[in-house]
Design a protein around this ligand. Structure first.
Ligand code: LMR
Length: 395
């Protein structure tokens, strides 16, 4: 049966991380996958997570399934973190939330519900977007369209192009937006631009869907959701796919949720029931461990304070790395890399061609995606000069 089964090419992100692991060059540098690395090159566990985990292990008396909708403390803590208490209060009966295995699980649940609501709807994604959005959404049978987003010539958002393309989005269509720290470009919408998109959604009737994987890595936990909260306040329906992989460091625990805001209690029941049914037919029950930890961190003021302080330090460190990297690149190449310091979150494109990205990989063991997307959070004081040298060597 498997004799003619094709072998698929490696994943465009995970495959390169694996290739770097297999590289024996002691000077190799892995800037591929979006994981926060500290100055020593390790992905740290938040202290608040360690404490909550210790308490959970002491208290946990069963490994029976948690409810299919998810852990109550996790869901309410996350709703408040993402939407803000005022929005949660105002929309109490009209919002539904279903726990999901990570941000990917949440995108898939969101897409499944959208597909059930309108099987002919189209999902508009930014050009470029995170490559995994494509299979996550199209595997439901929904079709994709692209809107212009990142302009490599300005290293910024092509907002005119975005608005022109989204003028074609109508009722029944979905527009997928990155809540903050756009992956792969690091180029985010300004508050004014978010306002324009929200007004377009109201006028044209399309449904915004927000992928929120980096809250707290841009400018802060609240500032990073300005756009999302504006959409929730102005538009009748919003779908949100959120993840705690990065901002609580729960990568391997697969901790996320899908949120649906709607006009009334009936639609909230409908979206929750559809999301739970989709989960049941794909993987049945949500994983518990990460959500039980996160629920404790969010509910305990001391743990929550420690977590937000650590997250702020990470965000500050990334922003410092951006400035340092920009300065060193400019000094080594004589070119303008100012955009690196302006962009937000873990990612930026270096602006190299695919040939140049392949050349630094082959000759210098510097691993970035073929698009030249790098993870800034993998830079540190001991690898930065090597990265700068390698980049300068192909420019
Ligand atoms: C990335 O873009 O590198 C991360 O979101 C990790 C992943 O799953 O691709």
């Amino acid at each position: 049966m498997f004799d003619d089964l094709p072998i698929l090419p490696p994943d465009s992100i995970l495959g390169l991380a694996a290739a770097c692991r297999a590289d024996t060059n002691p000077d190799k540098v892995d800037l591929t996958i979006g994981i926060y690395m500290d100055e020593t090159g390790a992905c740290p566990v938040f202290n608040a997570v360690k404490e909550a985990q210790r308490a959970l292990i002491d208290d946990e008396s069963t490994k029976a399934y948690i409810p299919p909708q998810g852990d109550e403390a996790f869901l309410s803590g996350m709703l408040e973190l993402i939407l803000g208490s005022a929005n949660v209060k105002a929309g109490r009966d009209t919002i539904s939330a279903v726990q999901a295995p990570g941000g990917c699980g949440a995108v898939r649940l969101g897409a499944e519900v959208l597909k059930a609501a309108d099987p002919t709807g189209k999902v508009w994604v930014s050009r470029p977007t995170w490559p995994v959005h494509v299979p996550l959404i199209t595997s439901t049978g929904l079709e994709l369209s692209e809107y212009r987003y990142y302009d490599p010539s300005t290293h910024g958002v092509d907002f005119e192009g975005m608005v022109a393309d989204l003028q074609q989005a109508t009722h029944g269509d979905v527009v997928l937006l990155h809540g903050c720290c756009h992956n792969p470009s690091g180029a985010d919408l300004s508050p004014d631009q978010w306002d324009v998109v929200a007004d377009m959604a109201v006028k044209q009737g399309f449904t915004p869907m927000v992928d929120l994987a980096y809250q707290g890595f841009g400018e802060g936990l609240d500032v990073d959701v300005y756009g999302l909260r504006t959409l929730v306040a102005k538009t009748p329906e919003v779908v949100i796919a959120a993840s705690l992989s990065k901002n609580m460091g729960l990568y391997r625990e697969r901790t996320g949720l899908a949120i649906f805001t709607g006009p009334d209690a009936r639609t909230a029941d409908a979206t929750a029931s559809q999301a739970k049914a989709a989960a049941r037919r794909i993987y049945s029950m949500p994983p518990a461990h990460g959500a039980l930890i996160a629920g404790r961190v969010l509910a305990n003021p001391l743990l929550r304070g420690g977590w937000t302080a650590e997250l702020e330090q990470m965000c500050d460190r990334i922003n410092g790395l951006r400035v340092d990297f920009r300065d060193r690149l400019q000094a080594a190449t004589g070119r303008d890399f100012g955009f690196i310091a302006r962009e937000k979150g873990m990612f930026s494109f270096l602006g190299l061609s695919e040939e140049q990205a392949l050349e630094v990989r082959a000759k210098r063991s510097l691993y970035m995606l073929n698009s030249s997307r790098i993870n800034i959070a993998s830079l540190n004081q001991s690898n930065m000069d090597r990265v700068v040298d390698a980049v300068a060597s192909v420019l």
